[in-house]
Design a protein around this ligand. Structure first.
Ligand SMILES: C[S@@+](CC[C@H](N)C(=O)[O-])C[C@H]1O[C@@H](n2cnc3c(N)ncnc32)[C@H](O)[C@@H]1O
Length: 251
């Protein structure tokens, strides 16, 4: 690559430089942070809670475990994990975005979560933790926003303990043409309007819809997780493949 040539990637459907993507994703989440939780409930009609519950079940977290919830945002998974790991365990709620992390910390404190949660501003691509630190790592609806997804998967694998689990909960590809069409109509027509109405920001929700379409499908993500060094990678389609839950284990 010549010094004047810029590495490019996608921000939704737009081709942008790698640096521009990170700052535009940051703008999206700064903009939606305060209304993120209410929009999540509205957009998914509450179903995101069912998807997240399944992720918690498959995580196999036990008292005393160390858990990393990366791209954890407003802390829905962290809240549940903090109860499961108990006072001897630890949960790190990490996110690249200070606004999301602040909303998450306030919510967890309002819910009486105390001593076993740490808050860390961090990029999933280069996690600031030693090798083999965590029994379990989750990234829920975060990976599609990351610029270099392979780097993030390698970084998460590095900080997992041998035998530890990585769970990726993410929008994926519906496995039925009719559902896919209906979902397209919903996410490209209705979602930005709801975003405008409730969060005063239709553009950010247009990006979210586009970023879902640009995200690797189930089999591609499985192969990426295997390339990052994870073993026994498997996935479950949820709500007809609108969302998929991938899980891999570090040997
Ligand atoms: C859609 S929210 C998901 C929040 C939460 N996990 C949930 O399921 O409700 C995506 C989050 O990913 C974070 N994010 C985006 N890029 C990131 C990166 N490179 N490293 C860490 N977090 C990132 C955003 O700041 C945002 O909080």
């Amino acid at each position: 690559m010549s010094p004047t040539e810029k590495r490019t990637t996608h921000f939704g459907y737009q081709e942008v430089s790698v640096d521009e993507k990170a700052s535009r994703v940051a703008d999206v989440f700064h903009s939606v942070a305060a209304r993120y939780d209410i929009m999540n409930d509205l957009m998914s009609m509450g179903i995101h809670r069912v998807w997240k519950r399944l992720a918690i079940e498959r995580a196999g977290v036990r008292p005393g475990h160390h858990v990393l919830d990366i791209a954890g945002g407003t802390g829905d998974l962290t809240l549940k994990f903090s109860r499961l790991v108990g006072p001897r365990g630890k949960v790190v709620l990490a996110d690249i975005n200070a606004s999301m992390l602040r909303v998450g910390r306030d919510k967890l404190m309002d819910n009486g979560v105390g001593g076993n949660v740490e808050y860390v501003q961090a990029n999933a691509e280069c996690l600031p933790f030693p090798d083999n630190s965590f029994d379990c790592i989750t990234i829920a609806f975060g990976l599609r926003n990351v610029t270099d997804k392979d780097a993030a998967l390698r970084s998460m694998t590095r900080v997992l303990k041998p035998g530890g689990r990585l769970l990726v909960l993410e929008f994926s590809k519906p496995n039925n043409a009719l559902l896919s069409k209906a979902y397209d109509e919903y996410s490209f027509r209705l979602l930005p309007k709801m975003g405008e109405l409730v969060a005063g920001d239709g553009e950010s929700y247009r990006y979210l819809a586009e970023s879902i379409r640009m995200h690797p499908d189930q089999e591609t993500l499985k192969a990426m997780m295997e390339s990052a060094g994870l073993d026994r990678v498997e996935y479950t389609n949820l709500t007809g493949g609108i969302v998929a839950l991938h899980r891999g284990i570090k040997l």
